[in-house]
Every structure is written in structure tokens, then in C-alpha cells.
Design a protein around this ligand. Structure first.
Ligand SMILES: C[S@@+](CC[C@H](N)C(=O)[O-])C[C@H]1O[C@@H](n2cnc3c(N)ncnc32)[C@H](O)[C@@H]1O
Length: 517
């Protein structure tokens, strides 16, 4: 299946197709919303069906179903075998109602928000939200709306908690957990299941907790959970220094600076000296496109919610005298920060050194940091010939023939097993300084053989001394291409994109290679 280019490609590279795909983005959503609403995946869970059977069971026209199935096949949600249609792996796991991993509630919540998004222009004009729940909403309608919302949050939290728990694998989590704005309690439920000696207090608005109670009972955790109906923006009715783990999952984006400062202060107060504060949220630095759109979602749908930068949250946590991990990216659109009063506690977390290093290097300002096996680095015999013939910098102190030859590079790579490709942009000198910082970060993280190849001739000085001897041998590094590396092929093998420039004002990408051991 072809992924829409805007999802994983550089807009400047894709050109008009990028805009067309943005403009028709809602076609994708509408197909998914409609498919979930009709229950087609739940129907197909019992086995393959033909068009007539599907049309009859879902009370749809045969003509419509035929066209719709064609689209579902194209999007990889259904597969056809002869006259029969089946669920694919992803729809079987996530789109069949009643299954544990069902995501339909969260998908339909996105549909519910769709009409509010259509007021974006009005919101921009008014400087904020224009739609509000009726002041006197009927209790039954309010109850249903809350349930729908909590079920949607539950879908998301269930997928996230599976990624979160392993980080705590080497710390024995015991004692009490406080889940602030707990929603369905799914994040806490993951910890309760993994750590049988823990108990939890779930704090949320009273009308939400009615439903949370039901869900936690269904999960079999009724006995180990207490409920704390409270407004998290007012005094917290729980003891100070009481909890081993305080969870703020998708809470930080719910309000603006002043409120979140208050929440972080209270969270820190309730934490035991040996405890952890877990923050799970969208962060501008982690997935910039999604974070920016989620921020708009908050602008449209909340009083003053917003997506924060990791930097801001980190500074606030430091103000509470907490130590904080790097931003820990999840495989999905959100990330974590874990804080503690005792620095040594953070060292017990299971954050592998490489993931931490990748996060730190990304924070230096690289667009992408991509771990690659050393075997994917392609060093043919031709690459440095392009430097010898066709580049006015040939002969500079760190360019061919003064840079490592392809033979030397191939040999040198045998001493390494890991590498990172760093993607950045001009100006060249800034990029090269950043690469040096990345190499230093790696060295300080214990990769004592860390060695970087950057892009282009060395630009640290305005010009090399006339006698040809480098003034900055400590910092100057060879470029990838100057050391015989086929940059295009290596980038391609890593699943990244790079193409030759067509015009002078074409968008330029720089790549560097950081060898680690
Ligand atoms: C986006 S949901 C996150 C739920 C849960 N933590 C999760 O990750 O699935 C936000 C939760 O915070 C709760 N919440 C928001 N503002 C609150 C407030 N002022 N006091 C108490 N709870 C609040 C909401 O009721 C909702 O359950």
C-alpha cells in the first residue's frame, strides 16, 4: 500500500502532490469513520464475506459496498480473495468491536470533533474556542458524552501503557500510585497488573470517576484502587510525600502555563523522596507535525489547553528541584519525561543508553537521527573521484587526498557495529558544529570511539591557511563523501530520502554519520 506522501516525506521535495494530499486528507478519515460506524470489520471477523452478504448484513446498497470495499482494500484495511473480503491484520486487531485492542471508540471521537474543527476560522478570529457544551446539559446526555470521551481516552492509553511499563522493568515499583486526571485508569491498570504489590489512587472529576470505577472493577482491580474526586486545579486532598509514582498522562496539554505550574507543584509535593513522576504527553520536539495539530485541537476544543515544549516542562520540573530524564520518545506520537527527587533513581530506569543518546542528539537541532547498522554504509571505489574531479575544494586539509581513502574507510568501519545518520540543513558551518556536539555527546555517554563524518568541505574557518596546514585539527572532520561513502545509497538503505538538486533554491539536506562503539 502507498502511504500518502504528506505522512512521511518532505513537503519541499514532494511539491504540489503534498498540497493535494493535504487537501484530501479528510477523504482518508471519512472512509475510516464510515467503516467503523458500519461495523464492517466486526462483521468480517467471523470470516470472509462476498459483496451481497456484506450489503445485506449492513443494510447498504450493493453498488455502494462494492466501491467502498475497493477503497478499503486500497487503504490496507480489507483484503480480497476471489469474491470474498477479509479483514487485514490491522483491522482484525484494532477495529473489531469487543476485542481487547479495539480502537473504534477513539476513532469515532475524532469524528465527533470533526464538526468543531470546521469552526477553525471562527476560532482564529475570536482567539479561542467558540463551541461550548450547553450550560444546562441534560444529565443523561452529559453522562453519555463523558463515557464516549473516556472510552476514547481508554483506547489510546491502553496502547501507550504497553510501551511505558518496560521502562520501569529494572526498578521495583511498589507502594502507592497517584494517577492525576486518571480518565479510564488504563495507565494505572498497566502498573497494577505488572506490579502486584502496588495500590492506586485515581484522581479526576466526580462525574468521570463514576465510570472509572466501573471500568476498574471490570478489570479486576476494584480492591486495590481508591478514588479521589477532585478538581486538580484546587488543593489536592491527598497527603504530601505519599506516592511512589505520580502519573500525569495527557494532562499537561489540558491547560496553560499557570495551571500546569500549579499541577506540577502539587505533583512534586505528593511524591515520596524515592518516587517517580511520570509525564506522558505530546511535545513539540517529539513529533512536531502532530504536536502542532494537537495544539490546534486544544485551541478549538478547550478553554486554554496547549501543547508544551519539552524545554518548558523540564524547566518547571527543575524549579521543583526534580531531576529529569531526556525526552523519551514512544514509538507513536507521544513521549515521556520521568522526574525524581533522587537523581540515582533515574539511573535505575530502563532507558537504554542509545535511545537516550538519540534523544539528546536530536535535541541539538537535527531534523532526524536514525540508528543504522554499520553494514548499510556503502563505500564503493568511485565516490572520492567526484571530489578529485569537479570540486574546487579538492586538496584542502581534510578533503581528498588528505581525507581517509575508501579503502581506509572500509577497514575502519570493521571496528564499529553501530552508527547514527544525522539529518540537518545549512548553513554548513552550523551543521558541522552541531555534528561535533553530537560526537561529544556520544563520547560523554560512554561511546569512547565515537567518530563523525559530516557533509561538505570543512567550513569551521573562513579559509584554510595559505601554507595548507589546518589550524583546527582538533575539530575538523572529513565529510562522508570525501571519505569514499556513497551518501545517496547509504541514505536510501536507511529508509531516508535524498535527491540531487535541480535548482539553486532547491531545499538542501545535509547528512552526517556518527560511528559509535
Ligand atoms: C485527556 S484525558 C487523560 C486521561 C488519562 N490520564 C489517560 O491518559 O488516558 C484528561 C483527563 O483529565 C481530567 N481532568 C481535566 N481537568 C481536570 C480537572 N480540573 N480536575 C480533575 N480532572 C480533570 C479529565 O476528566 C480527563 O479524565
Amino acid at each position: 500500500m502507498k502511504i500518502p506522501p504528506y505522512l512521511n516525506r518532505d513537503p519541499q521535495e514532494v511539491g504540489p502532490q503534498y498540497l493535494e494530499d493535504l487537501a484530501t486528507g479528510y477523504w482518508f478519515s471519512e472512509v475510516l469513520f464510515t467503516a467503523v460506524e458500519t461495523g464492517i470489520f466486526t462483521l468480517l471477523d467471523s470470516g470472509g464475506k462476498n459483496i451481497d452478504e456484506i450489503a445485506e448484513a449492513l443494510n447498504l446498497s450493493r453498488r455502494g459496498v462494492e466501491r467502498f470495499l475497493h477503497a478499503l482494500c486500497a487503504l490496507g484495511l480489507v483484503i480480497r480473495d476471489g469474491s470474498l473480503y477479509f479483514n487485514t491484520k490491522i483491522s482484525r486487531k484494532y477495529l473489531v468491536k469487543g476485542k481487547e485492542d479495539y480502537l473504534g471508540d477513539s476513532i469515532l471521537w475524532r469524528k465527533y470533533l470533526h464538526s468543531y474543527w470546521q469552526d477553525l476560522k471562527k476560532c482564529l478570529r475570536m482567539g479561542g474556542r467558540v463551541n461550548f457544551a450547553p450550560a444546562q446539559e441534560e444529565p443523561e446526555r452529559l453522562r453519555e458524552r463523558i463515557r464516549k470521551y473516556i472510552r476514547a481516552m481508554d483506547c489510546v492509553a491502553k496502547t501507550k501503557v504497553e510501551e511505558i511499563i518496560p521502562l520501569f522493568e529494572s526498578c521495583f515499583v511498589k507502594g502507592e500510585i497517584l494517577d492525576v486526571g486518571a480518565g479510564s485508569g488504563a495507565i494505572t491498570a498497566g502498573f497494577l497488573e505488572r506490579y502486584p504489590l502496588t495500590r492506586a489512587v485515581l484522581m479526576d472529576l466526580p462525574e468521570v470517576l463514576d465510570y472509572t470505577r466501573e471500568l476498574m472493577r471490570e478489570r479486576g482491580f476494584g480492591e486495590r484502587v481508591a478514588y479521589c474526586p477532585a478538581n486538580i486545579l484546587e488543593a489536592w486532598p491527598v497527603g504530601k510525600e505519599r506516592f511512589n509514582l505520580v502519573i500525569l498522562s495527557n494532562i499537561v496539554h489540558a491547560y496553560a502555563e499557570k495551571e500546569i505550574q500549579f499541577v506540577l507543584e502539587r505533583a512534586s509535593e505528593t511524591l515520596k523522596p524515592e518516587g517517580f513522576l511520570l509525564i506522558h504527553d505530546f511535545f513539540i520536539e517529539h513529533y512536531p507535525e502532530k504536536a502542532a495539530l494537537f495544539d490546534l485541537n486544544m485551541f478549538i476544543n478547550t478553554y486554554n489547553g496547549k501543547v508544551f515544549s519539552e524545554k518548558w516542562v523540564r524547566e518547571e520540573l527543575h524549579r521543583q528541584s526534580l531531576y529529569v530524564t531526556e525526552l523519551i520518545p514512544l514509538g507513536t506520537d507521544t513521549a515521556l519525561m520521568i522526574a525524581a527527587k533522587d537523581k540515582r533513581n533515574l539511573e535505575n530506569l530502563c532507558l537504554d543508553a542509545k535511545s537516550r543518546l538519540v534523544a539528546r542528539i536530536k535535541a541539538l537541532g537535527f531534523r532526524k537521527v536514525c540508528p543504522v547498522p554499520v553494514e548499510t554504509i556503502h563505500v564503493p571505489d568511485w565516490a572520492d573521484v567526484r571530489c578529485r574531479f569537479g570540486c574546487e575544494q579538492y586538496g584542502k586539509p581534510h578533503c581528498p587526498p588528505n581525507s581517509p581513502s575508501p579503502q581506509k574507510t572500509r577497514k575502519l568501519l570493521k571496528d564499529y557495529t553501530q552508527a547514527l545518520l544525522l539529518e540537518g540543513e545549512p548553513p554548513t558551518r552550523n551543521f558541522q558544529y552541531r555534528v561535533l556536539q553530537a560526537e561529544k555527546e556520544a563520547f560523554q555517554a560512554g561511546y569512547y570511539k565515537a567518530f563523525a563524518y559530516w557533509a561538505g568541505p570543512c567550513s569551521l574557518c573562513v579559509s584554510c591557511p595559505p601554507e595548507g596546514k589546518c589550524r583546527r585539527t582538533r575539530e575538523a572532520r572529513p565529510s562522508m563523501e570525501g571519505a569514499g561513502i556513497d551518501v545517496f545509497e547509504t541514505i536510501k538503505r536507511a529508509g531516508l530520502s535524498l535527491r540531487t538538486l535541480k535548482d539553486r533554491d532547491d531545499f538542501i539536506k545535509y547528512f552526517a554519520l556518527l560511528l559509535l562503539e
